[in-house]
Design a protein around this ligand. Structure first.
Ligand code: LLP
Length: 417
């Protein structure tokens, strides 16, 4: 359930008419509902109320500070994958003891930054990274809390680009190597072994792959105990899917029940790294129809947002439903909704029945809160769009639209020209 609904024939975000936002801020614009963000965070967090746990929201899904602050206010931590994400989260007020750091390519300065900040743990993704973290921590006279990200070799049944837990993926340490690495980690001077971690993919619509992976990791946890390595944290990663079209992902409560059942005898503190599940349906992208044209059988609706603003359809062929801000269109039309970018892959909708938009009409691309703005770019020298957060009957700009001057910020024309 989200808070983007029609009242009479106009689309609203909570109690704000979306057309009023565009009148003030212009288009395209990303709009988030604070009530939906809170509702989704609480639904996820609440699913684990009966066990010790921390929800470390995955910053990459939507890293805008007001979004981070919304979850931090509710007691959330964060999952980060870069020094930049750590900076953002700290600025938004996160408790460093609720930060977990994933990613296969942590740089020395990023590791040092995280150590100096005092984060909870590094999710280690390779043998060399483990050594590096130990060296840097020792130099700083610190001990780094670590978990090994174990690649359980389980197929999550999702898009190949967002499948991460199969053994030919670049992520984590394979299950057969992981025991050795735990043994080695326990003897490294800069390391304190505190957890185990997995993340098998994104937009999962079934719970079994999570449970199957947990079962594999449980065997390891048992063996580690026998070796005298006692863990405190079990990081189950993120990946729980949402409904974009006709998917039927489990509700967080149902996911929670199964995960709790699978982990209950371990007595470990659970960590989760959800991104999409919390923010996906809490945000939309609003755009305006610039032109329409028909070519033979084919209809095109040209809009002022493109693949640089919402990359998912071009990149993964993802489905985002489209709704008219005002339901006064004359019927439906099968069309492509395309952006202004000079590439044929620049579409937001392909061959789909949509409202018969005319020049000037406004439309909303739904379920755009996750990996929407966060993956946007200024390709074709298009300033990145504004972001707005709605709360009840009020709204605020939480990121200004970039200007054309911003596009050349930091650029210098070489002196030899
Ligand atoms: N933890 C780790 C280590 C991750 O790599 C990810 C996502 C998450 C947590 C959060 O996953 P989520 O709960 O959002 O599924 N750009 C793609 C999705 C890429 C996901 C990358 N990793 C998309 O637009 O579908």
């Amino acid at each position: 359930m989200n808070h983007f609904q029609y009242k009479a024939n106009e689309l609203y975000a909570e109690d704000v008419r979306l057309a009023d936002i565009v009148a003030k801020v212009g288009s395209p614009v990303y709009v988030y509902s604070h009530a939906t963000l809170e509702r989704h965070f609480k639904a996820f967090d609440g699913a684990f109320a009966s066990v010790p746990h921390t929800v470390c929201y995955s910053v990459k899904a939507n890293s805008t500070q007001s979004v981070l602050k919304t979850f931090i206010n509710l007691g959330g931590g964060v999952d980060i994958v870069s020094g930049g994400e750590l900076y953002r989260a700290l600025k938004a007020g996160v408790d460093p003891k609720k930060v977990v750091y994933s990613g296969v390519g942590k740089k020395d300065e990023e590791i040092e930054y995280a150590l100096n900040t005092g984060i909870l743990m590094f999710n280690v993704e390779s043998e060399q990274e483990l050594t590096r973290i130990s060296e840097i921590a020792s130099r700083l006279g610190k001990k780094a809390g670590i978990a090994i990200r174990v690649n359980p070799d389980v197929d999550p049944g999702t898009h190949p680009y967002i499948t991460t837990g199969l053994k030919n993926a670049k992520f984590g340490i394979t299950i057969d190597r992981a025991m050795e690495e735990y043994k080695r980690a326990a003897g490294l001077p800069g390391i304190e072994v505190i957890g185990i971690d997995m993340h098998i993919g994104s937009q999962l619509t079934k719970v079994n792959p999570f449970v199957d992976s947990i079962e594999k990791l449980k065997v390891m946890i048992g063996k580690l105990k026998e070796m005298g390595i006692n863990l405190q944290y079990f990081d189950c990663g993120g990946g729980l899917g949402i409904q974009y079209n006709n998917e039927e992902p489990p509700l967080p409560a149902d996911y929670g029940k199964e995960i709790i059942a699978a982990t209950k005898d371990l007595g470990l503190h659970l960590v989760f790294e959800p991104g999409r599940n919390i923010v996906g349906n809490a945000g939309i992208l609003v755009a305006r129809c610039l032109y329409t044209k028909a070519r033979g059988e084919k209809n095109f609706i040209m809009i002022d947002a493109g693949m640089n603003d919402l990359a998912r359809p071009a990149l993964y062929g993802s489905f985002h439903s489209v709704q008219a801000l005002k339901k006064d269109q004359d019927g439906l039309i099968t069309a492509d909704i395309v952006g202004p970018i000079c590439e044929s892959g620049d579409f937001l909708v392909k061959d789909r029945e949509v409202p018969m938009f005319k020049q000037g009409d406004l439309m909303a691309f739904m379920s755009a809160g996750a990996y929407g703005f966060a993956m946007s770019s200024s390709y074709n020298s298009r300033p990145r769009v504004a972001e707005v957060m709605v709360k009840g009957g009020a709204f605020e700009i939480i990121r200004e639209r970039e200007t054309i001057e911003d596009l050349v910020k930091g650029e210098k024309v070489a002196t030899f020209l």
